[in-house]
Design a protein around this ligand. Sequence first.
Ligand code: GDP
Ligand code: GDP
Length: 454
Amino acid sequence: MSSRVVAIVGRPNVGKSALFNRLAGRRISIVHDMPGVTRDRISAECELGREPFTIFDTGGIGGGVDADFTKQVHAEVEIAVETSDLLLFVVDAHDGLNPVDQELARLLRKVNKPLILVANKVDDPKHHPQAAEFSQLGFQPVIAVSAEHNRGIGELVDRIDALLPSPESSHDEKALQRPVKVAIVGRPNVGKSSITNGILHDARTLVSPISGTTRDSVDIPYQRGDQRFILIDTAGIRPRGKVDNSVEVFSVMRSEQSIRRADLCCLVIDASMGVTAQDKKIAGLIQEAKRPCVIAVNKWDLIEERTQGKEALREVLTEFEESLFFLDYAPLLLLSAKTGASMDRLFKRIEDVREGSRKRINTGALNRIISAALTQQPPAIRSGKRFKILYATQPATTDRSPIPLPEIVIFCNDSKLLEENYRRFLISKIRKEQSWEGLPVMLRFREREARAVK
Ligand code: GDP
Ligand code: GDP
Protein backbone atom coordinates (compact mmCIF):
# COMPACT_ATOMS: atom_id res chain seq x y z
CA MET A 1 0.00 0.00 0.00
CA SER A 2 1.36 3.40 -0.90
CA SER A 3 1.54 6.03 1.77
CA ARG A 4 -0.20 8.49 -0.52
CA VAL A 5 -3.80 8.16 0.46
CA VAL A 6 -6.78 9.86 -1.11
CA ALA A 7 -10.09 9.66 0.74
CA ILE A 8 -13.45 10.08 -0.95
CA VAL A 9 -16.09 11.80 1.15
CA GLY A 10 -19.61 12.92 0.38
CA ARG A 11 -23.19 12.23 1.30
CA PRO A 12 -24.75 8.93 0.18
CA ASN A 13 -25.75 8.45 -3.43
CA VAL A 14 -23.55 11.12 -4.98
CA GLY A 15 -21.50 8.39 -6.67
CA LYS A 16 -18.55 7.90 -4.30
CA SER A 17 -18.53 4.20 -4.87
CA ALA A 18 -18.76 4.66 -8.64
CA LEU A 19 -15.87 7.11 -8.54
CA PHE A 20 -13.89 4.74 -6.34
CA ASN A 21 -14.32 1.93 -8.84
CA ARG A 22 -13.48 4.19 -11.72
CA LEU A 23 -10.24 5.29 -10.06
CA ALA A 24 -9.45 1.71 -9.09
CA GLY A 25 -9.78 0.84 -12.78
CA ARG A 26 -12.50 -1.68 -12.23
CA ARG A 27 -15.71 -2.33 -14.05
CA ILE A 28 -18.52 -0.57 -12.30
CA SER A 29 -20.51 -3.53 -11.22
CA ILE A 30 -20.86 -3.21 -7.51
CA VAL A 31 -22.67 0.11 -7.45
CA HIS A 32 -26.09 -0.29 -5.98
CA ASP A 33 -29.01 2.05 -6.20
CA MET A 34 -29.65 1.66 -2.54
CA PRO A 35 -27.46 4.04 -0.58
CA GLY A 36 -25.24 2.44 1.99
CA VAL A 37 -25.04 -1.00 0.49
CA THR A 38 -21.81 -2.37 1.87
CA ARG A 39 -18.95 -2.28 -0.57
CA ASP A 40 -16.79 -5.31 -0.92
CA ARG A 41 -13.72 -3.18 -0.45
CA ILE A 42 -13.02 0.25 0.87
CA SER A 43 -9.51 0.84 -0.30
CA ALA A 44 -7.69 0.15 -3.55
CA GLU A 45 -4.68 1.29 -5.52
CA CYS A 46 -5.18 3.80 -8.31
CA GLU A 47 -2.60 3.55 -11.06
CA LEU A 48 -3.99 6.08 -13.47
CA GLY A 49 -1.62 8.86 -12.44
CA ARG A 50 2.12 9.38 -12.66
CA GLU A 51 2.60 7.51 -9.40
CA PRO A 52 0.20 5.09 -7.73
CA PHE A 53 -1.87 6.23 -4.79
CA THR A 54 -4.36 4.57 -2.49
CA ILE A 55 -8.01 5.52 -2.69
CA PHE A 56 -10.24 5.07 0.21
CA ASP A 57 -14.05 5.21 0.18
CA THR A 58 -15.32 6.28 3.58
CA GLY A 59 -18.85 5.43 2.50
CA GLY A 60 -17.93 1.81 3.11
CA ILE A 61 -17.20 2.35 6.78
CA GLY A 62 -19.58 0.88 9.30
CA GLY A 63 -21.88 -0.41 6.63
CA GLY A 64 -23.23 2.96 5.59
CA VAL A 65 -25.94 5.17 6.91
CA ASP A 66 -26.46 4.99 10.62
CA ALA A 67 -29.66 5.75 12.43
CA ASP A 68 -27.96 8.90 13.57
CA PHE A 69 -26.93 10.17 10.23
CA THR A 70 -25.04 13.26 11.35
CA LYS A 71 -22.88 11.24 13.70
CA GLN A 72 -22.10 8.78 10.94
CA VAL A 73 -21.09 11.57 8.58
CA HIS A 74 -18.95 13.22 11.22
CA ALA A 75 -17.22 9.91 11.94
CA GLU A 76 -16.58 9.31 8.26
CA VAL A 77 -15.11 12.73 7.74
CA GLU A 78 -12.87 12.39 10.73
CA ILE A 79 -11.64 8.98 9.62
CA ALA A 80 -10.99 10.35 6.15
CA VAL A 81 -9.06 13.30 7.50
CA GLU A 82 -7.10 11.19 9.91
CA THR A 83 -5.97 8.66 7.36
CA SER A 84 -5.47 10.55 4.13
CA ASP A 85 -3.17 13.05 2.47
CA LEU A 86 -5.87 14.45 0.19
CA LEU A 87 -9.66 14.56 0.23
CA LEU A 88 -12.07 14.27 -2.66
CA PHE A 89 -15.33 15.91 -1.69
CA VAL A 90 -17.97 14.55 -4.05
CA VAL A 91 -21.25 16.31 -4.78
CA ASP A 92 -24.02 15.41 -7.18
CA ALA A 93 -24.29 17.81 -10.12
CA HIS A 94 -27.54 16.19 -11.09
CA ASP A 95 -29.31 16.87 -7.81
CA GLY A 96 -27.54 20.12 -7.03
CA LEU A 97 -26.59 21.27 -3.57
CA ASN A 98 -28.23 19.81 -0.54
CA PRO A 99 -28.11 20.66 3.19
CA VAL A 100 -25.92 17.63 3.92
CA ASP A 101 -23.37 18.91 1.39
CA GLN A 102 -23.41 22.23 3.21
CA GLU A 103 -22.90 20.52 6.55
CA LEU A 104 -20.01 18.47 5.16
CA ALA A 105 -18.45 21.57 3.62
CA ARG A 106 -18.65 23.29 6.98
CA LEU A 107 -16.69 20.41 8.57
CA LEU A 108 -14.21 20.16 5.73
CA ARG A 109 -13.38 23.87 5.66
CA LYS A 110 -11.91 23.48 9.15
CA VAL A 111 -9.59 20.74 8.00
CA ASN A 112 -6.04 21.50 7.11
CA LYS A 113 -5.69 19.08 4.19
CA PRO A 114 -5.67 19.57 0.43
CA LEU A 115 -9.15 19.02 -0.95
CA ILE A 116 -10.68 18.74 -4.40
CA LEU A 117 -14.38 19.41 -4.90
CA VAL A 118 -15.70 16.91 -7.43
CA ALA A 119 -19.07 17.45 -9.09
CA ASN A 120 -20.13 14.00 -10.27
CA LYS A 121 -22.79 12.89 -12.74
CA VAL A 122 -21.85 15.51 -15.32
CA ASP A 123 -22.61 12.91 -17.98
CA ASP A 124 -23.05 15.42 -20.73
CA PRO A 125 -20.48 18.23 -21.01
CA LYS A 126 -23.32 20.56 -21.95
CA HIS A 127 -24.74 20.12 -18.50
CA HIS A 128 -21.78 21.58 -16.75
CA PRO A 129 -22.65 22.25 -13.13
CA GLN A 130 -23.64 25.72 -12.28
CA ALA A 131 -20.33 26.94 -10.97
CA ALA A 132 -22.03 29.55 -8.84
CA GLU A 133 -24.00 26.95 -6.94
CA PHE A 134 -20.98 24.83 -5.98
CA SER A 135 -18.62 27.72 -5.41
CA GLN A 136 -20.85 28.58 -2.44
CA LEU A 137 -19.13 25.69 -0.70
CA GLY A 138 -15.88 27.59 -0.74
CA PHE A 139 -13.62 25.13 -2.57
CA GLN A 140 -12.13 26.10 -5.91
CA PRO A 141 -11.90 24.95 -8.61
CA VAL A 142 -14.76 22.48 -9.06
CA ILE A 143 -13.76 19.44 -11.14
CA ALA A 144 -16.68 18.09 -13.18
CA VAL A 145 -16.70 14.33 -13.78
CA SER A 146 -18.97 11.49 -14.68
CA ALA A 147 -17.85 8.38 -12.84
CA GLU A 148 -20.29 6.31 -14.79
CA HIS A 149 -19.37 7.62 -18.23
CA ASN A 150 -15.69 8.08 -17.53
CA ARG A 151 -15.58 11.82 -18.14
CA GLY A 152 -13.21 14.25 -16.47
CA ILE A 153 -11.37 11.43 -14.69
CA GLY A 154 -8.03 12.25 -16.35
CA GLU A 155 -8.25 15.86 -15.27
CA LEU A 156 -9.13 14.76 -11.75
CA VAL A 157 -6.16 12.37 -11.59
CA ASP A 158 -3.79 15.12 -12.82
CA ARG A 159 -5.03 17.37 -10.10
CA ILE A 160 -4.59 14.62 -7.48
CA ASP A 161 -1.04 14.01 -8.75
CA ALA A 162 -0.24 17.69 -8.40
CA LEU A 163 -1.49 17.91 -4.83
CA LEU A 164 -0.12 14.70 -3.34
CA PRO A 165 3.32 14.61 -1.76
CA SER A 166 5.93 12.90 -3.95
CA PRO A 167 6.13 9.16 -3.24
CA GLU A 168 9.49 9.08 -1.49
CA SER A 169 9.46 12.15 0.64
CA SER A 170 12.84 13.53 1.53
CA HIS A 171 11.98 12.94 5.18
CA ASP A 172 11.97 9.18 4.66
CA GLU A 173 15.25 9.33 2.78
CA LYS A 174 16.82 11.26 5.60
CA ALA A 175 15.47 8.83 8.17
CA LEU A 176 17.07 5.97 6.25
CA GLN A 177 20.43 7.67 6.20
CA ARG A 178 20.42 8.55 9.86
CA PRO A 179 22.50 6.26 12.06
CA VAL A 180 20.58 3.84 14.25
CA LYS A 181 21.36 4.29 17.92
CA VAL A 182 21.74 0.89 19.54
CA ALA A 183 21.98 0.48 23.30
CA ILE A 184 23.49 -2.75 24.52
CA VAL A 185 21.93 -3.12 27.94
CA GLY A 186 21.83 -5.72 30.65
CA ARG A 187 22.97 -6.32 34.18
CA PRO A 188 26.67 -6.56 34.99
CA ASN A 189 28.61 -9.61 33.89
CA VAL A 190 26.16 -10.84 31.26
CA GLY A 191 28.70 -10.11 28.55
CA LYS A 192 27.90 -6.63 27.24
CA SER A 193 31.54 -5.62 26.97
CA SER A 194 32.44 -8.91 25.33
CA ILE A 195 29.69 -8.43 22.77
CA THR A 196 30.73 -4.84 22.13
CA ASN A 197 34.33 -5.87 21.70
CA GLY A 198 33.21 -8.66 19.42
CA ILE A 199 31.34 -6.16 17.27
CA LEU A 200 34.19 -3.67 17.17
CA HIS A 201 36.78 -6.34 16.57
CA ASP A 202 35.65 -6.79 13.01
CA ALA A 203 34.61 -3.18 12.55
CA ARG A 204 35.93 -1.91 9.26
CA THR A 205 35.16 1.72 9.96
CA LEU A 206 35.86 2.28 13.58
CA VAL A 207 35.92 5.95 14.45
CA SER A 208 37.30 7.19 17.74
CA PRO A 209 34.82 7.24 20.63
CA ILE A 210 32.63 10.28 21.25
CA SER A 211 32.15 11.28 24.88
CA GLY A 212 28.68 10.66 26.11
CA THR A 213 26.65 12.50 28.69
CA THR A 214 28.11 10.91 31.75
CA ARG A 215 31.75 10.45 32.57
CA ASP A 216 32.04 6.80 31.78
CA SER A 217 29.51 6.50 29.01
CA VAL A 218 30.75 6.42 25.47
CA ASP A 219 29.09 6.48 22.07
CA ILE A 220 30.83 4.56 19.33
CA PRO A 221 29.97 5.02 15.65
CA TYR A 222 29.99 1.75 13.77
CA GLN A 223 29.34 1.02 10.15
CA ARG A 224 28.16 -2.22 8.64
CA GLY A 225 27.67 -2.20 4.89
CA ASP A 226 25.76 0.97 4.06
CA GLN A 227 24.12 1.23 7.42
CA ARG A 228 25.52 3.44 10.12
CA PHE A 229 25.01 2.66 13.80
CA ILE A 230 25.95 4.34 17.02
CA LEU A 231 26.53 2.02 19.92
CA ILE A 232 25.43 4.21 22.76
CA ASP A 233 26.57 4.37 26.31
CA THR A 234 28.89 1.49 25.74
CA ALA A 235 29.92 -0.06 28.98
CA GLY A 236 32.81 -1.99 27.51
CA ILE A 237 35.20 0.90 27.74
CA ARG A 238 34.90 1.43 31.43
CA PRO A 239 36.97 -0.60 33.86
CA ARG A 240 34.92 -3.30 35.55
CA GLY A 241 34.33 -2.89 39.23
CA LYS A 242 33.36 -5.43 41.77
CA VAL A 243 29.91 -6.84 41.12
CA ASP A 244 27.77 -6.31 44.16
CA ASN A 245 24.21 -5.20 44.76
CA SER A 246 24.78 -1.46 44.52
CA VAL A 247 26.50 -1.97 41.17
CA GLU A 248 23.45 -3.88 39.95
CA VAL A 249 21.05 -1.17 41.03
CA PHE A 250 23.24 1.51 39.55
CA SER A 251 23.40 -0.41 36.30
CA VAL A 252 19.61 -0.50 36.09
CA MET A 253 19.46 3.28 36.53
CA ARG A 254 22.08 3.72 33.88
CA SER A 255 20.26 1.41 31.54
CA GLU A 256 17.20 3.54 31.85
CA GLN A 257 18.99 6.56 30.38
CA SER A 258 20.53 4.54 27.56
CA ILE A 259 17.20 2.96 26.73
CA ARG A 260 15.57 6.36 26.35
CA ARG A 261 18.28 7.59 24.03
CA ALA A 262 18.26 4.47 21.88
CA ASP A 263 16.43 3.74 18.62
CA LEU A 264 16.80 0.05 19.43
CA CYS A 265 17.84 -1.88 22.52
CA CYS A 266 19.78 -5.06 22.59
CA LEU A 267 19.01 -6.69 25.92
CA VAL A 268 21.76 -9.06 26.91
CA ILE A 269 20.95 -11.99 29.17
CA ASP A 270 23.30 -14.59 30.58
CA ALA A 271 22.03 -17.94 29.35
CA SER A 272 23.74 -19.83 32.14
CA MET A 273 21.93 -17.80 34.81
CA GLY A 274 18.40 -17.87 33.42
CA VAL A 275 16.21 -14.77 33.62
CA THR A 276 16.82 -12.96 36.90
CA ALA A 277 14.78 -10.26 38.63
CA GLN A 278 17.22 -7.57 37.44
CA ASP A 279 16.94 -8.81 33.85
CA LYS A 280 13.18 -8.49 34.13
CA LYS A 281 13.51 -4.99 35.50
CA ILE A 282 15.59 -3.87 32.55
CA ALA A 283 13.25 -5.66 30.13
CA GLY A 284 10.38 -3.80 31.80
CA LEU A 285 12.13 -0.48 31.20
CA ILE A 286 12.47 -1.28 27.51
CA GLN A 287 8.82 -2.22 27.29
CA GLU A 288 7.70 0.93 29.12
CA ALA A 289 9.88 3.12 26.92
CA LYS A 290 8.34 1.36 23.90
CA ARG A 291 11.66 0.67 22.26
CA PRO A 292 12.38 -1.72 19.45
CA CYS A 293 14.32 -4.61 20.94
CA VAL A 294 16.23 -7.79 20.29
CA ILE A 295 17.21 -10.08 23.13
CA ALA A 296 20.71 -11.53 23.00
CA VAL A 297 20.92 -14.70 25.05
CA ASN A 298 24.65 -14.75 25.57
CA LYS A 299 27.05 -17.45 26.83
CA TRP A 300 25.15 -20.01 24.84
CA ASP A 301 28.33 -22.09 24.75
CA LEU A 302 27.80 -22.90 28.44
CA ILE A 303 24.28 -24.14 27.78
CA GLU A 304 25.32 -26.25 24.86
CA GLU A 305 27.92 -27.91 27.06
CA ARG A 306 25.35 -28.68 29.70
CA THR A 307 22.33 -29.74 27.71
CA GLN A 308 22.22 -32.58 25.26
CA GLY A 309 20.13 -32.45 22.14
CA LYS A 310 17.65 -30.09 20.57
CA GLU A 311 14.77 -30.94 22.93
CA ALA A 312 16.65 -29.67 25.95
CA LEU A 313 17.69 -26.49 24.15
CA ARG A 314 14.11 -25.84 23.15
CA GLU A 315 13.08 -26.18 26.79
CA VAL A 316 15.63 -23.64 27.95
CA LEU A 317 14.47 -21.24 25.29
CA THR A 318 10.81 -21.62 26.21
CA GLU A 319 11.71 -20.78 29.76
CA PHE A 320 13.31 -17.53 28.61
CA GLU A 321 10.32 -16.63 26.48
CA GLU A 322 7.91 -17.27 29.31
CA SER A 323 9.82 -15.20 31.82
CA LEU A 324 9.97 -12.27 29.40
CA PHE A 325 6.40 -12.56 28.12
CA PHE A 326 5.87 -8.79 28.42
CA LEU A 327 8.61 -8.25 25.84
CA ASP A 328 7.08 -10.79 23.51
CA TYR A 329 7.73 -8.65 20.42
CA ALA A 330 11.49 -8.99 20.84
CA PRO A 331 13.12 -11.91 19.02
CA LEU A 332 15.50 -14.06 21.03
CA LEU A 333 18.93 -14.54 19.58
CA LEU A 334 21.29 -17.16 20.92
CA LEU A 335 24.92 -16.20 20.83
CA SER A 336 28.27 -16.56 22.41
CA ALA A 337 30.58 -13.60 22.61
CA LYS A 338 33.29 -15.99 23.72
CA THR A 339 33.29 -18.30 20.73
CA GLY A 340 32.08 -15.55 18.41
CA ALA A 341 29.15 -17.70 17.27
CA SER A 342 26.25 -15.75 15.81
CA MET A 343 27.72 -12.29 16.42
CA ASP A 344 27.06 -11.46 12.82
CA ARG A 345 23.47 -12.52 13.18
CA LEU A 346 22.94 -9.88 15.85
CA PHE A 347 23.32 -7.02 13.37
CA LYS A 348 21.50 -8.92 10.71
CA ARG A 349 18.62 -9.17 13.17
CA ILE A 350 18.78 -5.45 13.96
CA GLU A 351 18.65 -4.70 10.25
CA ASP A 352 15.63 -6.99 9.89
CA VAL A 353 13.85 -5.04 12.62
CA ARG A 354 14.65 -1.77 10.89
CA GLU A 355 13.41 -3.07 7.55
CA GLY A 356 10.29 -4.41 9.22
CA SER A 357 9.50 -0.94 10.53
CA ARG A 358 8.95 0.19 6.91
CA LYS A 359 6.32 -2.47 6.33
CA ARG A 360 2.68 -1.55 6.34
CA ILE A 361 -0.39 -3.62 6.90
CA ASN A 362 -3.03 -3.54 4.20
CA THR A 363 -6.19 -1.82 5.46
CA GLY A 364 -8.51 -4.45 4.00
CA ALA A 365 -6.57 -7.29 5.60
CA LEU A 366 -6.37 -5.44 8.91
CA ASN A 367 -10.13 -4.96 9.06
CA ARG A 368 -10.77 -8.56 8.07
CA ILE A 369 -8.45 -9.77 10.84
CA ILE A 370 -10.10 -7.57 13.44
CA SER A 371 -13.56 -8.52 12.34
CA ALA A 372 -12.67 -12.22 12.51
CA ALA A 373 -11.06 -11.78 15.94
CA LEU A 374 -14.16 -10.01 17.29
CA THR A 375 -16.33 -12.85 16.04
CA GLN A 376 -14.06 -15.64 17.18
CA GLN A 377 -13.70 -14.27 20.66
CA PRO A 378 -15.97 -11.31 21.43
CA PRO A 379 -14.68 -8.89 24.07
CA ALA A 380 -16.23 -9.26 27.51
CA ILE A 381 -19.14 -7.04 28.47
CA ARG A 382 -18.14 -4.48 31.08
CA SER A 383 -20.81 -2.58 33.00
CA GLY A 384 -23.34 -3.50 30.37
CA LYS A 385 -21.20 -2.37 27.43
CA ARG A 386 -19.09 -4.22 24.93
CA PHE A 387 -15.97 -2.90 23.23
CA LYS A 388 -16.74 -2.33 19.54
CA ILE A 389 -14.46 -1.54 16.65
CA LEU A 390 -15.76 0.52 13.77
CA TYR A 391 -12.68 0.55 11.62
CA ALA A 392 -8.92 0.28 11.83
CA THR A 393 -6.12 1.55 9.67
CA GLN A 394 -2.41 2.20 9.75
CA PRO A 395 -1.92 5.86 8.88
CA ALA A 396 1.25 7.05 7.17
CA THR A 397 3.83 7.38 9.88
CA THR A 398 4.87 10.76 11.22
CA ASP A 399 7.56 9.14 13.33
CA ARG A 400 10.88 10.38 11.94
CA SER A 401 13.17 8.14 13.93
CA PRO A 402 15.33 5.65 11.97
CA ILE A 403 13.11 2.84 13.28
CA PRO A 404 9.55 4.19 13.35
CA LEU A 405 7.05 2.16 15.38
CA PRO A 406 4.04 0.69 13.59
CA GLU A 407 0.93 2.52 14.71
CA ILE A 408 -2.64 1.45 14.17
CA VAL A 409 -5.56 3.78 14.62
CA ILE A 410 -8.67 2.08 15.92
CA PHE A 411 -12.00 3.81 15.63
CA CYS A 412 -14.07 2.35 18.43
CA ASN A 413 -16.98 3.07 20.73
CA ASP A 414 -15.09 3.42 24.02
CA SER A 415 -11.42 2.51 24.49
CA LYS A 416 -11.90 2.21 28.26
CA LEU A 417 -13.85 -0.98 27.59
CA LEU A 418 -10.79 -2.62 26.07
CA GLU A 419 -9.05 -4.91 28.50
CA GLU A 420 -5.32 -5.56 28.45
CA ASN A 421 -5.79 -9.25 27.58
CA TYR A 422 -7.95 -8.35 24.68
CA ARG A 423 -5.50 -5.72 23.46
CA ARG A 424 -2.81 -8.41 23.45
CA PHE A 425 -5.13 -10.81 21.69
CA LEU A 426 -5.83 -8.29 18.91
CA ILE A 427 -2.16 -7.47 18.49
CA SER A 428 -1.24 -11.14 18.30
CA LYS A 429 -3.80 -11.57 15.51
CA ILE A 430 -2.44 -8.54 13.66
CA ARG A 431 1.09 -9.89 13.98
CA LYS A 432 0.05 -13.07 12.19
CA GLU A 433 -0.45 -10.90 9.10
CA GLN A 434 2.40 -8.46 9.66
CA SER A 435 4.84 -9.76 12.24
CA TRP A 436 6.79 -6.53 12.92
CA GLU A 437 9.34 -8.56 14.80
CA GLY A 438 11.26 -6.55 17.37
CA LEU A 439 8.79 -3.67 17.25
CA PRO A 440 6.09 -2.74 19.73
CA VAL A 441 2.81 -2.20 17.87
CA MET A 442 1.13 1.01 19.00
CA LEU A 443 -2.64 1.26 19.10
CA ARG A 444 -4.18 4.71 19.02
CA PHE A 445 -7.87 5.05 19.74
CA ARG A 446 -10.46 7.37 18.28
CA GLU A 447 -13.78 7.13 20.01
CA ARG A 448 -16.94 7.24 17.99
CA GLU A 449 -20.61 6.85 18.72
CA ALA A 450 -21.35 5.63 15.22
CA ARG A 451 -22.50 2.08 14.73
CA ALA A 452 -19.71 -0.47 14.76
CA VAL A 453 -18.94 -3.09 12.16
CA LYS A 454 -19.61 -5.88 14.62
P1 GDP B 1 -22.41 6.55 -3.08
O1 GDP B 1 -23.52 6.22 -2.14
O2 GDP B 1 -22.01 7.98 -2.95
O3 GDP B 1 -21.26 5.63 -3.02
O4 GDP B 1 -23.02 6.46 -4.55
P2 GDP B 1 -22.97 5.27 -5.61
O5 GDP B 1 -21.65 5.19 -6.27
O6 GDP B 1 -23.54 4.06 -5.00
O7 GDP B 1 -23.96 5.86 -6.71
C1 GDP B 1 -25.29 6.24 -6.41
C2 GDP B 1 -26.11 6.25 -7.66
O8 GDP B 1 -25.63 7.24 -8.56
C3 GDP B 1 -26.08 4.93 -8.42
O9 GDP B 1 -27.37 4.68 -8.91
C4 GDP B 1 -25.14 5.20 -9.58
O10 GDP B 1 -25.43 4.42 -10.69
C5 GDP B 1 -25.37 6.67 -9.83
N1 GDP B 1 -24.18 7.31 -10.42
C6 GDP B 1 -22.91 7.25 -9.97
N2 GDP B 1 -22.11 7.96 -10.79
C7 GDP B 1 -22.87 8.47 -11.78
C8 GDP B 1 -22.62 9.30 -12.91
O11 GDP B 1 -21.49 9.67 -13.20
N3 GDP B 1 -23.68 9.63 -13.67
C9 GDP B 1 -24.94 9.21 -13.38
N4 GDP B 1 -25.91 9.60 -14.17
N5 GDP B 1 -25.22 8.43 -12.33
C10 GDP B 1 -24.19 8.06 -11.52
P1 GDP C 1 29.49 -7.03 31.19
O1 GDP C 1 29.71 -6.71 32.61
O2 GDP C 1 28.04 -7.24 30.89
O3 GDP C 1 30.11 -6.06 30.23
O4 GDP C 1 30.14 -8.48 30.95
P2 GDP C 1 31.57 -8.89 30.37
O5 GDP C 1 31.59 -8.74 28.90
O6 GDP C 1 32.60 -8.19 31.14
O7 GDP C 1 31.58 -10.44 30.68
C1 GDP C 1 31.50 -10.96 32.00
C2 GDP C 1 32.18 -12.32 32.04
O8 GDP C 1 31.50 -13.24 31.21
C3 GDP C 1 33.61 -12.28 31.54
O9 GDP C 1 34.40 -13.12 32.36
C4 GDP C 1 33.53 -12.86 30.13
O10 GDP C 1 34.71 -13.50 29.72
C5 GDP C 1 32.40 -13.85 30.28
N1 GDP C 1 31.66 -14.04 28.99
C6 GDP C 1 31.21 -13.10 28.17
N2 GDP C 1 30.58 -13.65 27.10
C7 GDP C 1 30.68 -15.00 27.26
C8 GDP C 1 30.24 -16.13 26.49
O11 GDP C 1 29.63 -16.01 25.42
N3 GDP C 1 30.50 -17.36 26.99
C9 GDP C 1 31.18 -17.54 28.17
N4 GDP C 1 31.39 -18.77 28.57
N5 GDP C 1 31.60 -16.49 28.90
C10 GDP C 1 31.38 -15.24 28.48
